[in-house]
Design a protein around this ligand. Structure first.
Ligand code: C2G
Length: 153
């Protein structure tokens, strides 16, 4: 009997932490389905995404571990999603440990260890730091050029 695994997330700035989770989820069954957080739901979650929903969906659909992607619009759709997709396993990274145990009456609920040292937030911080560094270098260059212009009068 084919086993279906269901998970949810924003998957912004797709990175190796996401890949390692999806690979493990896919290995737990025969089919992996992802509820992908919409822009509106991300604002409810307090997340500002870099990559819009349509592109995040296209990226996930290109991932070899994923069989289907549908939109996640709210916190409350999981139970009906599980029924519709006939999911045998609902699984998330363990930053959510315990949060979805209420679903264990209709499917197996599993939390897998997160991949440490990588997250969308960390990637954003790194990109901002690189930008700040570049801005600093440009400001220095402008100062040098202004000083030289002043020197030649
Ligand atoms: N994840 C991981 N390792 C990381 C980063 C994320 O295993 N370094 C996992 C998370 O635990 C989650 C999944 O990847 O299971 C997607 O992470 P996010 O895109 O941050 O999703 P989140 O905002 O947690 O959305 O209704 C549930 C929510 O939509 C979950």
């Amino acid at each position: 009997m084919a086993k279906t695994v269901l998970t949810y997330g924003t998957f912004d700035l797709f990175h190796v932490g996401h890949v390692r989770l999806l690979r493990r989820l896919r290995q737990m069954g025969d089919r992996l389905i992802v509820g992908l957080s919409s822009e509106e739901f991300n604002s409810i979650k307090g997340k500002k995404t870099v990559i819009p929903y349509e592109f995040r969906k296209e990226i996930l659909e290109s991932c070899r571990y994923i069989d289907k992607v549908f939109p996640e619009h709210n916190w409350d759709q999981k139970r009906s999603d599980i029924a519709r997709e006939r999911a045998d396993i609902f699984a998330m990274g363990d930053d959510w440990a315990g949060k979805f145990d209420n679903l264990s009456d209709i499917c197996e609920v599993v939390y897998l260890p997160r991949t440490s040292d990588v997250s969308t937030t960390e990637l954003k911080k790194y990109m901002n730091a690189v930008n700040q560094e570049k801005l600093g270098a440009i400001r220095n260059m402008v100062d040098v050029l202004q000083a030289e212009l002043k020197a030649v009068g």
